[in-house]
Structure formats: C-alpha cells, structure tokens
Design a protein around this ligand. Structure first.
Ligand SMILES: [Zn+2]
Ligand SMILES: [Zn+2]
Length: 439
C-alpha cells in the first residue's frame, strides 16, 4: 500500500515527500487517488467512477481569453441587428434577440421574462466576462478573483444558450407552415456566440483555474491513495477541489464552508423532487401556449403540442419536444427518488452504475427547458395581432419551475452517499494503524 507523507520543507512549506504528483479526492465517489502531472491535451479521470478529475489545455490563458472575448463581441452583435423576420399574409414582423424576454414582459409574464433573460443573456455574458477576468488575473493580480471563480462555476449549468439554439430550430419547424422566415445578421452572430461560448468552457478546467488563483494547500497528514477520503478523515472542497481535513470547517484556499457530505442531502433532494413532481401535473394540464388566429383562441398543452407536431409530419421535432418535456423530466424525478431510496438502504450495490446514471441525469436535465424557450421565441416573433399571435400559457412558468426544481434537486444530491456503505470498518482501522506506524 503506497502512502504519501507531507513534510515540512526548508522554506517552511508542506510538500508531499514523494514526487508522484498531487493527491485528489473524487467528488462523486470519494476515492483518494494520485493525480499525475498532466501534459497539455491530457485528461485524468477517476479510476473508480470515471469522473473527470483534471485536464490540461495548450495555451491556458490565450485561448480561453480569445474565445471568451469573441463570444462577448458576438453577443453584442446579436443584440444590435434584426434577429429573425417573419412574413405572413402580406405583413412582416421583426424580432430582435432581446424581444424574447421584453415581449414576455409586455404580455405580463415578468417571471418568465426574467428567467429567459438570465438564461440566454445575463448568465452567459457574466460567465464569458468572468473567464476573461480570471485568465487575465493569471498575468496581473486582479482583486476578488476567488469570488468571481466561485460564482462562475456556480452559474455554469444555468447558462442555456445551447438549449436556446435548439429552441430556435424547433420554432422554425413549427412556423414553417404559417409564413416565410428570414434570418437576420444577429441570428448568425448568435450561432457564433453559442459555438464560442461552448468552446470557452471546453478549454478551461475548474481544478486548473483554481490552482492558478492560489496553490492547492498542502495538508500535514499521511494519506493512502486507493481508499475513501472519509475513512482517512478527509473531505473535498466542493468549490475549489482542495483537500480539507474532516475537523476543519472552512477551506484553506477559497474560504468556502466544507461539509463532509452535503447537509440534509436526502431530505433536500426529496423535498425538491416532490415539489417538481407536484408541479408537473398542472404543467401538463394547463396550456403552455395560447395561439390567437383569425380572432379565434386555441390553447395547447405540452402533450397537445407534441400530438399536433406529429400529425403535421414534423416527426424529429415531435420526438425532441417529447424527450425534453416528458421523458427527461419524468425520468429525472424517478431516478432522483430511486437514488434517495438506494442511499437509505443499509447496503447499496452497483454504485458505479448508480453514479453514472446520476451524472447522466444531472447533465441532461437542463435540456427540458427547450419547450419554455420555444414559447418565448414564438411569443416574440408571432405578433400579427388578431391575424395570428402567440402568448405563453400559465403552464410555461409552471414547467420552467419544474425544470429549475429538478436541477436544484440534482445539485442537492450527494452521490458520495452511495459509496459510504462500501467503507469497511476493518479497513479504516488498518489505515489508522498504518498511518500511526509511518508517522
Ligand atoms: Zn470517482
Ligand atoms: Zn476551497
């Protein structure tokens, strides 16, 4: 059994006594392991659950700054020119990028308007500006970098420009039979913004970014890779990934409060999932979209919208909406209930599979927002008064709440609880004996 012993150097710093690289604790399965020195382009994954632990990218400052600056420039362009125009029955309606939220305000849906604005404008713009700030902070000592880094990784899952792009494609198919569409300069700028925004996040890594802000603190203890962190009185900082001894309450590097496990994780997950499950009923009963055509009002709920798309022959779009609005939310709610049940059992099995399912469901959950964004796009574009106009229905807000609640439920669930029952008390005793002998 290889152990890593941290020693005091002549300069008064604590460093590992062997040169095998850093120790890292997986935040999904709590396995302590060696992190080898990575070369640019290389990635390190957890040997137990496969979670990405660390990655190195070539030109770690220049590339993210260039991508993020270009993305911000494209976002400005996307707000300056016409986004999409629609021609129907001899009249023309033009929509700007900002109309997707401002029109929702005008039709008395302020909550939905704020959400859409946050998801597709404010949060993505903040994230890009934060990346530029943090990367430039590697060259100059800029203030408040820790706060910016903390907020950046907290907001990352709530940036939904990629989902908005899919929402645009779905809207085009829905509108194809009602009029002609012309794509403006801002539409193409938005497509580029979306690509650059995704690329920026691909070329940054949380662990690497934090190590550039402040070096990983070297704790003075003996640790054995290949064993659970909890069995060695260790926990991981959820914010900056630093190792923290169990008795220490706050992270040495980022100052964030570190818990051994997310407090009341199961209770929070169950409460949020149940709230989402309850709201999912009115989200399906009430109309998500109201269409006024030739003075006649038609209300359509989620399932009605899918049925209509299927009858019109738009099969791929019908499948996308069915997956995003029915299959994914229902599956996510069931999986979260199932995981909570598993954790409450005295002994859990197939931890690898459960962790993989949790990671997958956590990743895919945000895509359910596509239907809400489609409603926002149609409401902004289809405004031909009594000839044809689209308004969001009461279910649009309810369904957005379902998606947000399931995302919060997944964030509250601590997957390490699945692995805790695998810790053998005899193993813990053996580790304690060995560390006492080595010290
Ligand atoms: Zn792992
Ligand atoms: Zn930290």
């Amino acid at each position: 059994m290889a152990s890593v012993h941290y020693q005091l150097t002549a300069q008064g710093e604590l460093q590992p006594s062997d040169a095998d690289g850093e120790l890292v604790l997986c935040r999904y399965c709590d396995l302590l392991q060696h992190l080898p020195e990575l070369k640019p382009g290389e990635e390190a994954h957890c040997s137990q659950c496969g979670h990405l632990l660390d990655s190195r990218h070539p030109q770690p400052v220049l590339r993210p700054v260039l991508f993020a600056c270009s993305a911000l420039f494209m976002l400005v362009l996307a707000n300056l020119f016409p986004f999409i125009s629609m021609y129907a029955a001899g009249s023309q309606q033009q929509m700007s990028f900002l109309d997707t939220s401002s029109v929702l305000f005008a039709v008395h849906h302020p909550a939905l308007a704020v959400l859409v604005w946050l998801f597709i404008q404010a949060i993505p713009a903040f994230c890009m500006a934060a990346v530029i700030y943090l990367k430039l902070g590697m060259l100059w000592p800029l203030p408040a970098r820790m706060w910016v880094a903390r907020v950046l990784f907290m907001l990352k899952p709530w940036s939904m420009v990629d989902i908005f792009l899919i929402g645009l494609l779905v809207s085009f198919v829905k509108l194809a039979s009602h009029g002609d569409l012309a794509l403006g300069l801002s539409f193409w700028a938005f497509c580029l913004f979306c690509l650059l925004h995704l690329r920026t996040f691909q070329v940054i890594d949380r662990r690497e970014m934090w190590s550039r802000i402040a070096p990983n603190p070297k704790p003075s203890f003996i640790a054995l890779p290949g064993h659970a962190g909890l069995s060695q009185q260790l926990k991981v900082c959820g914010c900056c990934t630093a190792l923290v001894p169990l008795h220490v309450t706050h992270c040495n590097r980022c100052g964030d409060r570190v818990h051994r496990r997310i407090p009341a994780s199961i209770q929070k997950t169950l409460a949020l999932t149940t709230a989402a499950a309850i709201l999912y009923v009115p989200a399906n009963i009430y109309p998500i979209m109201v269409t006024v055509s030739m003075g006649q009002e038609t209300q359509s709920n989620i399932l009605g919208g899918i049925r209509l798309l299927w009858q019109e022959g738009a099969y791929p779009v019908a499948v996308i909406i069915a997956l995003a609005s029915v299959v994914i939310p229902v599956l996510k709610i069931l999986v979260l209930y199932g995981l909570c049940y598993l954790v409450m059992q005295p002994q859990t099995y197939r931890q690898n599979l459960s962790t993989l399912i949790f990671r997958w469901v956590d990743w895919i959950g945000r895509w359910s927002m596509v239907d809400v964004l489609v409603v926002a796009i149609l409401a902004a574009l289809v405004r031909f008064d009594l000839l044809m106009s689209v308004y969001p229905g009461p279910a649009a807000v309810t369904f957005a709440a379902v998606v947000i609640l399931t995302m919060l439920a997944a964030l509250s669930f601590d997957p390490r609880l699945l692995w805790d029952s695998t810790i053998n008390p005899e193993d813990v005793e053996a580790i304690h004996t060995m560390t006492e002998q080595t010290s």
